[in-house]
Design a protein around this ligand. Structure first.
Ligand code: NAP
Length: 551
């Protein structure tokens, strides 16, 4: 396995004219660059961080690891890469995934076209030239035919605006912006705000050395034991000998993960059989618990059986009955907020140095010099960790001043929620593409599967345009309206909209409540995108000279 690279390559030159600007050097941006080079296009990746890896570059909190198995959460586009790379654990930790990202950057010679420490601040469409003017915080302006937003769905970390934040004298961290040099919390009194996936991974690790950890919980989460462990040679070999077939199958599943999907309703089984099914999944571990039955996200009655099983597991693990009840989610269906996978999360509350504070009815009032106040009581800390999540899916895009046809800003267009065709483009913003954008399966799926599908589709689309001397791709308003209606219709056939989740924008005050990802399933969505392409990019205008439809 290659040595870790910290990627301090000298910044590459930003040309003033280029075929494509790609924003972000995570897994999406790197693969996009690779595919565009294959088309003979000139492309540059602009990345705010000092290294590649996207989400795995930023999220370095203790315990950070992927909760999709590494054999599946990895690129499939290169048979040599997938055969030669070895993962050390069933679920790789953040440092190993970052090493993998760096390995990919080196292996495919990507660094020479990646400009680090360069944040894109604006992108403005010039209709006369049919090009994007992309501006960076370094003062560069690049004119690009195409602009690909590979900006990630969970990349705009959210710090709640508590009064007095500046007055706190101790250390302040956000899980999504963890210092690269690491943080020593040993012997310290630590407050953790939030109980989402990041907190659930971080708390047990922080508790190992901290003097005391106080967790402030607004909403409890359903979490399944990850059952992480070392990769065994047999398991690895089993995957590697059947990689092509398994990857092909995963692409046809609901969420891009091979998961032993049980295609029957939970209500078809007797209570005893259901218990056995859930227990077996609990022992296997992982978020694929939701594949126990085929109707857990559509039938409340079925969902209740799975939710109650998990609540009972929590009650059996956590010794203090009051704490167990606080940790057991009761007011939203399991899986409708992102289900978590953990290592010793519920067990951690049996430690003497961990306590839980319920802030549902007593929100954090303010930060003080010494700590924070909730329910009229001050808690004192040496460090406060914000595990408060992200302005998901749209936050990073809307931070950039994106202006399309007639100067229309994306912020204005998406005021009432994101509107896209296939999660790939939005009408009025020609030649601007999103990788895993809102309206695509994206965060509901194995991100690597969805990234590769989008990048491949887009590379084929641009190859199609190129071969016909076209220089403009844009969805029609009608295609977008129909797709948005479809995305909503499918979402509302499920239980998802009933939870105040970040999928709905509910974690950001003032954000429109719209179910953002497409829940129709990765396989079905892929088929739909392929059909669109096969019909000459139905719903898109693919044009050469102004007004001339070629595609
Ligand atoms: P998150 O799921 O949005 O959780 C944020 C937590 O902070 C929630 O418990 C939230 O409570 C709480 N919170 C937010 N604002 C608050 C406020 N003003 N006062 C009190 N509490 C507040 O964020 P995350 O844990 O960083 O995870 C985000 C997503 O990243 C995950 O859902 C997952 O998709 C991905 N992720 C994946 C992995 C993995 O693969 N293992 C690991 C980490 C993250 P409410 O629930 O009440 O809003």
């Amino acid at each position: 396995m290659p040595e870790p690279t910290t990627a301090t390559t000298a910044p590459c030159h930003v040309p003033s004219e280029i075929d494509a600007v790609i924003v972000g050097a995570g897994f999406a941006g790197m693969y996009m660059l690779h595919r565009l080079r294959g088309l003979g296009m000139s492309a540059i990746v602009l990345e705010a961080g000092t290294g590649v890896g996207g989400t795995w570059y930023w999220n370095r909190y203790p315990g950070a690891r992927c909760d999709t198995e590494s054999m599946q959460y990895s690129y499939s586009f290169s048979p040599e890469l997938q055969q030669q790379w070895s993962w050390s654990e069933r679920y790789a930790g953040q440092p190993e995934i970052l090493r993998y990202a760096n390995h990919v950057a080196d292996r495919f010679g990507l660094r020479r076209d990646i400009r680090l420490e360069t944040r894109v601040t604006a992108a403005v469409w010039d209709d006369g030239k049919r090009r994007w003017q992309v501006t960076t915080d370094r003062g560069d302006t690049v004119s690009a035919r195409y602009c690909v937003m590979a900006t990630g769905c969970l990349s705009n970390a959210r710090m709640p605006d508590f009064p007095g934040r500046e007055s706190f004298r101790g250390e302040v961290y956000h899980t999504g912006h963890w210092p690269h040099e690491g943080v020593d919390l040993a012997g310290k009194r630590v407050g953790v705000i939030g109980t989402g996936s990041s907190a659930i991974q971080a708390i047990p690790v922080i508790a190992e050395t901290a003097a005391h950890v106080t967790v402030f919980q607004r909403t409890p989460n359903y979490s399944i034991p990850a059952r992480n462990g070392p990769m065994t040679p047999d398991y690895e070999q089993d995957w590697k000998t059947q990689y092509d077939a398994r990857r092909a199958m995963a692409r046809q599943t609901r969420n891009g993960i091979l998961a032993n999907f049980n295609d029957k309703s939970a209500l078809e089984d007797s209570p005893e059989a259901r218990q056995r099914q859930y227990e077996a999944r609990w022992v296997t571990g992982g978020t694929t618990f939701m594949a126990s039955y085929n109707d857990l996200i559509t039938s409340k009655a079925s969902n209740d059986t799975a939710a109650e099983f998990v609540r009972n597991q929590i009650r059996s693990i956590v010794k203090d009955a009051k704490t167990a009840e606080l940790l057991a989610p009761k007011d939203y269906p399991i899986g409708t907020k992102r289900i978590c996978a953990d290592t010793n999360y519920f067990e951690v509350y049996n430690r003497d140095n961990v306590s839980l504070v319920d802030i549902r009815n007593a929100p954090i009032e303010r930060l003080t010099e010494k700590g924070l106040v909730t329910g009229g009581k001050e808690y004192e800390f040496d460090a406060v960790v914000f595990a408060t999540g992200f302005d998901a899916m749209t936050g990073t895009l809307l931070k950039i001043d994106i202006r399309g046809r007639d100067g229309q800003s994306l912020r204005t267009k998406w005021e009432a929620g994101p509107r896209t065709y296939l999660g790939l483009m939005t009408a009025g913003f020609p030649n601007l593409f999103m990788i895993t954008g809102p309206g695509s399966p994206s965060v509901l799926s194995n991100m690597l599967v969805s990234i590769e599908q989008h990048v491949d589709w887009l590379a084929d689309c641009l190859g199609h345009a190129q071969s016909r001397q076209c220089n403009l791709v844009e969805p029609t308003q009608q295609a977008e309206d129909d797709w948005v209606a479809h995305v909503n219709e499918v979402a509302h056939k499920t239980l998802y909209p009933s939870a105040a989740s970040w999928y709905m924008g509910a974690n950001v005050p003032g954000k429109p409540r719209v179910f953002m990802p497409y829940i129709g399933g990765v396989g079905r969505y892929r088929q739909h995108c392929d059909d669109v392409a096969a019909k000459g990019y139905e719903g898109f205008r693919v044009e050469g000279r102004v007004g001339e439809r070629v595609g």
